[in-house]
Design a protein around this ligand. Structure first.
Ligand code: PNW
Length: 486
């Protein structure tokens, strides 16, 4: 375990960036304000049956109007960095052509307010809110969308580049491609493995073209991307389980890491997908673009996957007879299986340890493993944890305070994992907790709360949870408290 009986406080390197993260559609609301037009998430959330509780991002945390209060909250917590996303349909409502100055002004005001409070702005250009007209024209499975994204990146750079020297192109292209076009659990809700693989490539291409545009406009700019990476383990010692782990690692991690950091697609993944696509959508020169040099890599980490080979139809426990319980929900042809084209038969095995309200296993060692892997196998670049956090049910005390010790335990364990990766030589330069506020958790609506700060969505009242005070204390001492939790 990463938590030891150390008496010494676990200190982080000088200059470490401490932040929280949010995303436009999850917090802003004001979806029809000042010229904003619909994204695929507006359309999806307003489609009956797609979101728990029929929730939408129409109001969300009303951050568009309350951003000054929210920046004050960040300053009170002592954050030195804040990661947010720019809403494409707010600043370029048609996804092409003219900028919407009123939309850009919102981000100018937000950035100015952050800078006045000595908080570094870390904008992400795309956190899933594709302008609806671009989806109507084919969306990410269409090559044109990559070009539109590069134009949009240049447009935002031109407007904010005087204030912002660092950019994240995409957030979690795996989710955009495989949940958006494969399983359909996310917008735009299409279910077609081939389209998902094409989308993944055009996201990579758009990322590369945007990175080129950003660095052409400002050669000194910091440019990176953030991927949701997973630690993957085989359920048992059988070669078939190892092959399942190889496949899922390929589709979750390497299908993005390799084109970005090696300029190629992994041969085994191409082979796994052969019945679905011959990768004709990859043109000459594309992989030089996807591998455009970056200045940092972002890693979002929440959990790991334990996977196993397909089970013979009637077997109830794993084939090695260890009695391990298999995940009944995922064993069926659930929509989650459709997120893994060509590997729909791989079984996702239930966690043995504690899980969060999302059902995601708490496995902090996997974060250290992932950081070490990216550093050792892929790149010497500085790394940032751009998201890490957990949903848990709120525990409200009699006095109205929220005592989220489970969230503190999650963050503490994962920060200890970050510290051990740094000790092992990983150039980890910052950490962003997901999320500043409880917010619109995509297909789960407002039913899952990831915030360090509680939001009462009826009144928009913000209440820092115990984890917010704990995190403020970590930032103040630039490290974890000396007394480790057992
Ligand atoms: C990430 N999955 O989403 C996103 O970047 C955030 O916007 C989101 O709120 C956060 O993690 C918590 O979910 C994910 O099903 C959504 O594997 C789904 C998955 C992974 C990441």
């Amino acid at each position: 375990s990463t938590t030891s009986a150390d008496a010494e406080p676990l200190t982080f390197p000088a200059g470490f960036r401490w932040g929280t993260a949010t995303a436009a559609y999850q917090v802003e609301g004001a979806v029809a304000e000042d010229g904003r037009r619909p994204s695929i998430w507006d359309t999806f959330a307003h489609t009956p049956g797609k979101i728990t509780g029929a929730d939408t991002g129409d109001v969300a945390c009303d951050h568009y109007r309350r951003f000054s209060d929210d920046v004050r909250l960040m300053a009170e917590l002592g954050l030195n960095s804040y990661r947010f996303s720019v809403s494409w349909p707010r600043v370029q409502p048609d996804g092409a052509g003219a900028a919407n100055q009123a939309g850009l002004d919102f981000y100018r005001r937000l950035v100015d307010e952050l800078l006045e409070n000595e908080i570094e702005p870390w904008p992400t250009l795309y956190h899933w809110d594709l302008p609806q007209p671009l989806e109507d024209a084919g969306g990410w499975p269409d090559r044109e969308t990559a070009e539109r994204f590069a134009d949009y990146a240049a447009l935002v750079q031109q407007a904010l580049g005087d204030r912002v020297p660092r950019w994240t192109t995409l957030n979690e292209p795996w989710c955009s491609a495989f949940l958006g076009y494969g399983s359909g659990e996310h917008a735009p809700g299409r279910r077609d493995g081939r389209s998902a693989v094409q989308a993944a490539h055009h996201l990579m291409l758009g990322h590369g073209m945007a990175a080129q545009a950003l660095r052409a406009a400002d050669p000194a700019a910091d440019v990176g991307i953030t991927l949701n990476l997973y630690a993957i383990a085989a359920a048992g010692p059988h070669p078939e389980d190892a092959d399942a782990a190889r496949r899922i690692d390929g589709l979750a991690n390497r299908i993005f890491l390799d084109p970005i950091l090696r300029g190629e697609y992994p041969a085994d993944v191409v082979e796994d997908l052969r019945d679905l696509t011959g990768f004709e959508h990859v043109h000459d020169g594309d992989l030089a673009a996807t591998a455009t040099p970056l200045t940092y890599m972002g890693v979002n980490y929440y959990s790991r996957y334990v996977v196993a080979a397909p089970r013979p139809a009637s077997t109830a426990v794993s084939p090695d007879g260890d009695g391990r319980r298999l995940d009944g929900e995922h064993a069926a042809a659930s929509s989650f299986q459709l997120a893994w084209p060509g590997s729909e038969h791989v079984r996702f095995v239930d966690a043995e340890g504690p899980v969060t309200a999302m059902g995601w296993e708490v496995h902090p060692e996997g974060l250290a493993e992932t950081l070490l892997r990216v550093h050792r196998e892929y790149t010497p670049l500085p790394l940032y944890v751009m998201e890490n956090g957990a949903a848990f049910p709120d525990v409200v005390d009699g006095d109205g305070s929220i005592d989220d010790t489970d969230r503190i335990g999650y963050l503490d364990g994962h920060l200890a994992a970050c510290r051990s990766a740094i000790q092992a030589g990983v150039p980890l330069r910052g950490y962003f907790a997901w999320s500043l506020l409880d917010n619109f958790e995509w297909a789960h609506g407002y039913s899952k709360r990831f915030g360090l700060v509680h939001v009462d969505f009826a009144t928009q009242r913000r209440t820092p949870k115990a984890s917010a005070r704990w995190y403020a204390d970590v930032i103040r001492r630039n490290g974890l408290p000396g007394e480790r939790r057992p």
